[in-house]
Design a binder for this molecule. Structure first.
Ligand code: COA
Length: 156
């Protein structure tokens, strides 16, 4: 996809610095709601972080800007054929500046390198930014998951 970068995101492994930021971000009511994050505590988050090292069904990265983490993104439920894209930009003043486009491109490249056949995203119907982002990349609505959510898929 052709676009002009309004900022340059650096892609890094999801490390402890990003983990600590994500704790703060996911406790923000708007981010918690848009990402459909259930209630969790720091102890369970720590266990989840430690468990990541041995998981092959999960691929997690952080987006950095100006020397600090600003976003988390990746794939979960990776199978032999597909995986679920997820992500959020924690620093809200950076929404609308093409960071998500760059991270989505990174994850699509990764999925192709793993020979996946498609990627999907489950999002709230009201989440227009996510709908626009996915549509730009060619994701198409496949089905309703619940009254409030849809599944969009991109086939390679
Ligand atoms: C969803 C989310 C990651 C999308 O991020 P975003 O910052 O809106 O996306 P980007 O800035 O990378 O891409 C869109 C913007 O890029 C710009 N853009 C798009 N095409 C462009 C182009 N060809 N050239 C230059 N700029 C372009 C536009 O400003 C566009 O904004 P618009 O959609 O309002 O028109 C972000 O809003 C977020 O973190 N939301 C909360 C968490 C969330 O909902 N996560 C998803 C849960 S499923």
């Amino acid at each position: 996809m052709e676009y002009r970068k309004l900022m340059e995101v650096e892609f890094r492994e999801f490390d402890r610095e990003a983990l600590e930021k994500s704790w703060k971000w996911l406790n923000d009511p708007q981010l918690k709601s848009l990402t459909m994050t259930p209630d969790f505590d720091q102890e369970s988050q720590e266990k989840w972080f430690e468990g990541l090292k041995t998981r092959t069904d999960y691929h997690l990265k952080a987006g950095w800007y100006n020397g600090a983490p600003i976003a988390v993104y990746g794939l979960k439920h990776i199978t032999g054929t597909d995986g679920e894209v997820f992500g959020y930009i924690g620093e809200k003043e950076l929404w609308g500046k093409t960071a998500a486009i760059q991270m989505m491109q990174d994850i699509i490249d990764y999925a192709k390198s793993r020979n996946l056949e498609s990627l999907y995203c489950i999002t709230l119907k009201e989440n227009k930014r996510t709908y626009r982002l996915c549509s730009r990349f060619g994701f198409e609505t496949e089905k309703e998951v619940t009254d409030d959510t849809i599944l969009m898929r991109l086939r390679f």
